[in-house]
Write a protein that binds this ligand. Structure first.
Ligand SMILES: Cc1ncc(COP(=O)(O)OP(=O)(O)O)c(N)n1
Ligand SMILES: Cc1nc(C(=O)O)sc1CCOP(=O)(O)O
Ligand SMILES: [Mg+2]
Length: 231
């Protein structure tokens, strides 16, 4: 696999009709926390969950140590359990293990998915950032990831990003692989339709929910039509 170039890995359109896309559940929302939160954040998260179905919540607090994140996680993890939302920890396999998270999201320099599996066991969801790379996504799949994440599809102020995939990478992935794919980066209710149409299994969203003019409940609710394919 490591011998292929990105170009070689691209699905040649002339062969596309030879592949049949299997059934996939409708696209779902994967909510990412703001990079910093305050003591009242649990109320905002509850409001977001009131806005519509959220499949997963990722606690992504940057620049804090694991001990502080573990403390902040407690009420949020409880709320997620009550609302049947998967609770995913960003960056840290050790923290995910310590607090018994439902999953961990690993960037390309956050740790090895095989090591994460060894430490966290078979039931914990492991996600891997793959930027705009088919190659990284196939490597993540081979390493036992539960989902691959492509991004940033649109400009974002939440994180400095270097990669800008085309929506077609989602169609390529879902045509060839059963493993779910996540689209991330600058996604709003207004620009999400091409990602849903291309085959994203999940939309990972932060700013569009937390910075929504009418609050996080409205921020989540705004995605309902586009997730239903009516955007
Ligand atoms: C669902 C999802 N996709 C991508 C990322 C980005 O992870 P990473 O590249 O490690 O960058 P940071 O989020 O750690 O700044 C993610 N967190 N979640
Ligand atoms: C955390 C993150 N990772 C990205 C990637 O491209 O890997 S983009 C991003 C920011 C997501 O937040 P928003 O929805 O506000 O753009
Ligand atoms: Mg990371």
């Amino acid at each position: 696999m490591t011998d292929f170039t990105e170009e070689e890995l691209a699905l040649d359109p002339k062969f596309a009709d030879q592949f049949e896309r299997g059934f996939r559940p409708p696209c779902q929302l994967y909510l990412i926390s703001p990079p910093a939160i305050d003591a009242a954040f649990a109320d905002s998260l509850a409001a977001a969950f009131d806005g519509g179905k959220v499949a997963a919540f990722q606690l992504r607090l940057k620049g804090m140590d694991d001990h502080a994140i573990a403390q902040a996680a407690e009420p949020l993890q409880r709320l997620c359990a009550d609302r049947e939302v998967a609770f995913i920890v960003n960056d840290s396999i050790a923290l995910a293990k310590r607090i018994g998270a439902d999953g961990v999201h690993l960037g390309q320099s956050d740790g090895d998915p095989r090591e994460a599996r060894r430490i966290l066991g078979p039931a914990v969801q492991i996600g891997v950032t793959c930027h705009d790379s088919r190659h990284l996504a196939m490597e993540a799949g081979e390493a036992g990831a539960d989902y691959v994440a492509f991004g940033a599809f649109y400009p974002t102020t939440t994180k400095e990003t270097l990669h800008r995939p085309e929506p077609s990478i989602l169609g390529w992935w879902t045509t060839l692989f059963e493993l779910p794919c996540v689209a991330i980066g600058g996604i709003t209710a207004a620009n999400a339709a091409p990602l849903v149409a291309a085959g994203a299994d999940f939309l990972a969203v932060s700013g569009a929910v937390w910075n929504h003019a009418d609050g996080p409940r409205a921020g989540v609710a705004a995605f309902s039509p586009v997730l239903a394919g009516k955007g």
